[in-house]
Design a protein around this ligand. Structure first.
Ligand SMILES: NC(=O)c1ccc[n+]([C@@H]2O[C@H](COP(=O)([O-])OP(=O)(O)OC[C@H]3O[C@@H](n4cnc5c(N)ncnc54)[C@H](OP(=O)(O)O)[C@@H]3O)[C@@H](O)[C@H]2O)c1
Length: 316
């Protein structure tokens, strides 16, 4: 049985708590929260789980694996601490704020012979593989354009000191960028030649970005916002047709439109929820001492950070 500890008891941590109940051979051993009210709420629901009021005590406690559900800018510090304590780590996206920091964490995981993975749950959803197979078998011909958007207006929920509005760790690119970028990586990889961006920066924070990655014979287009709502769609265009995927970050349906007028619609419900497959893969990886998971590998985390850095660079 893998004993998980969770640090930070916010929105995504609660979803992890819900989802892990479907996993075999894994349980929540402890959580850590700085907030007394949240601790009390948690104790009322899950009496058997240990509750700590600081993150370091949990990391040094008798848990096997740590799920880091903190603001982006705190991922590196606590992931490093956990890896140095020989704990397996599942860290929320983005893994850190820089390519170098992510590289260092991966090296530390190797040195300490522990599992390390960024929680990019989209990649683990089984339906995603079906879409990739569809593209790989040539249904839409050669891929010429991949486009994905993740635009949410979250500023209505603005809180004082909120990390999404912090010039260091905030903004759309770090927060929602991993979804469209990993979607483009899925079909075009990470060997683009140049990037051009349009963006809206307010008080040092990117509220919106629209970036075109030029791959020579194909184009990747990624868009994200924290101040504007748009339909969340992923598109893959090929020489013979296109695939449209609503809610591509947790796909349950897609449609293939062929240039000859035919179209096919597919639907498959999620197994339990959109985190189940990711948690299962992390548990399997830890159990089987497979510390670099194929669906979202260490190299994928590095490529994602590199693209984020290149897009940031294109803002100047
Ligand atoms: N994979 C996904 O689908 C997904 C979805 C949403 C978010 N995320 C990622 O998960 C991470 C957390 O996001 P979230 O939506 O859960 O955020 P959130 O609701 O704001 O929770 C973050 C938690 O971090 C802790 N924290 C410590 N210092 C903090 C500070 N200075 N400001 C704010 N919180 C602080 C708090 O926990 P305590 O008060 O309990 O100590 C807080 O509840 C982010 O990196 C985000 O990118 C991933």
């Amino acid at each position: 049985m893998i004993k998980w500890g969770i640090i930070g008891l916010g929105n995504i941590a609660w979803r992890f708590v819900q989802s892990i109940q479907y996993a075999d051979r894994a349980c929540i051993e402890a959580i850590a929260s700085h907030n007394q009210e949240k601790q009390n709420k948690f104790k009322a629901v899950l009496h058997h789980v240990k509750v700590y009021d600081d993150y370091e005590t949990l990391i040094r406690s008798d848990v096997d694996a740590i799920y880091i559900a903190l603001p982006h800018g705190m991922h590196y510090h606590y992931a490093k601490m956990a890896l140095l304590c020989h704990k397996h780590v599942l860290v929320e996206k983005p893994s850190t704020l820089s390519y170098q920091d992510t590289k260092e964490l991966i090296a530390l995981a190797h040195q300490n012979q522990v599992f390390f993975m960024e929680a990019l749950k989209t990649r683990f959803i089984a339906f995603n593989q079906q879409i990739k197979d569809e593209v790989n078998k040539g249904t839409i011909g050669q891929v010429i354009k991949v486009q994905a958007s993740f635009c949410n207006d979250v500023l209505d929920n603005k809180r004082p000191g909120w990390y999404l509005l912090d010039p260091i760790q905030g903004g759309a690119l770090y927060d929602v960028g991993p979804y469209p970028i990993s979607f483009v990586m899925d079909f075009l990889g990470d060997k683009y030649q140049s990037i051009q961006s349009h963006y809206r920066i307010k008080e040092g924070i990117d509220h919106y970005f629209y970036s075109e990655l030029d791959y020579g014979n194909a184009k990747g287009i990624v868009e994200g916002a924290i101040d504007e709502n748009k339909e969340r769609m992923g598109y893959i265009y090929g020489t013979l047709g296109r695939i449209e995927i609503p809610m591509y970050n947790r796909p349950i349906e897609y449609t293939v439109y062929l240039n000859d007028g035919q179209s096919y619609h597919y639907h498959q419900d999620l197994l339990f929820d959109d985190m189940y497959d990711e948690i299962k893969k992390a548990n399997d990886g830890i159990m089987n001492k497979d510390d670099d998971i194929q669906e979202w590998s260490h190299q994928d985390s590095l490529s994602l950070m590199k693209i984020i850095e290149d897009i940031k660079e294109s803002f100047h």
